[in-house]
Design a protein around this ligand. Structure first.
Ligand code: PMP
Length: 287
């Protein structure tokens, strides 16, 4: 596949950065993953806006305008079409603070950020029928990450460890709760639940990433006339929910049928999920 590195396109195997890059030494950078289907991106504006806000929060000058990011995305998609025949292409963008001559914690002045992008195959759009979709099973853990989870930092060790705990438990993801027992998000997704027909998801704060899929889903549900609120719910509420869903750029809206060994609802994908995924598909390219 073809990658982008510091203004140039090249085979991914030829893309090289220095071990003195602060992305490598400190995880000092911001990233995004933007899904595209048959060349059409989902949530491009949301993703580039969030990246700009993350870069601003850590005082890295955004190297490109939204139009330039759009060009890089289009080029990565078109250059990789022959390698990724399904046309379900995720575009990864990564901006690290750059390469320094010494290892020193403080932000160095006058170094240029390292900008990297590559394309990879993502799952096809979710099927719309509950009999065709592959449901998820998840673990449940107290969130042991940091207090700036709203920043999409490349420092992902906390997320990686939570995700691995799920893999070790034989499930697909790990949903997280805070010190008050309230659900925040999952290690790589946002979380929704349904009780008595009402859909809820935790409100945004520093404990969770403002997911672009989450935002698109909320808008899509409202437009379809579904009731959705941003409210906190506890891990007990989650275990007693009728339905639980995960959202992310690569999973769209994914149903969960088991949390920490507890069956959710009747153990099958729910009816509200079918309405939700239909609403999501009909709105996602308009977001
Ligand atoms: N939370 C975390 C911790 C994530 O890493 C992600 C992205 N994989 C999400 C939520 C979902 O965000 P988005 O919908 O923008 O992909």
């Amino acid at each position: 596949t073809i990658a982008f590195l510091n203004g140039e396109y090249m085979p991914l195997s030829e893309a090289k950065i220095s071990p003195m890059d602060r992305g490598f030494l400190f995880g000092d950078g911001i990233y995004e993953v933007i899904p595209t289907y048959a060349g059409n991106p989902v949530g491009f504006k949301g993703h580039t806006t969030r990246m700009a806000q993350g870069l601003e929060a850590i005082e890295i000058t955004n190297p490109y305008t939204a139009e330039q990011w759009q060009d890089i995305l289009s080029n990565l998609v078109s250059k990789n079409q022959t390698f990724i025949e399904s046309g379900n292409i995720g575009v990864y963008f990564h901006v690290s603070r750059g390469t320094d001559t010494k290892r020193f914690h403080a932000y160095p002045k006058h170094i240029a950020p390292t900008v990297f992008g590559f394309a990879f195959e993502i799952a096809p759009p979710q099927p719309t029928s509950k009999t065709d979709v592959k449901p998820f099973k998840v673990a449940l853990q107290q969130d042991k990450r940091w207090q700036r989870c709203h920043i999409k930092s490349t420092s992902l060790l906390g997320n990686v460890m939570h995700y691995q705990a799920g893999v070790d438990a034989g499930v697909n993801e790990t949903i997280l709760y805070n010190g008050d027992g309230m659900i925040t998000e999952a290690s790589s997704c946002n979380v929704f639940m349904v009780k008595d027909g009402a859909i809820s998801t935790p409100p945004l704060n520093h404990e969770l990433l403002p997911g672009i899929t989450r935002a698109i889903a909320i808008e899509a549900f409202k437009q379809a006339g579904l009731v959705v609120t941003e409210t906190w719910f506890s891990k007990e509420d989650l275990l007693n929910a009728d339905e639980v869903w995960l959202t992310s750029s690569s999973k769209e809206v994914a149903p969960v049928v088991e949390v920490d060994g507890h069956v959710i609802g009747n153990g099958e994908v729910g009816d509200v999920w079918e309405k939700a995924i239909a609403a999501y598909h009909s709105y996602k390219f308009k977001a």
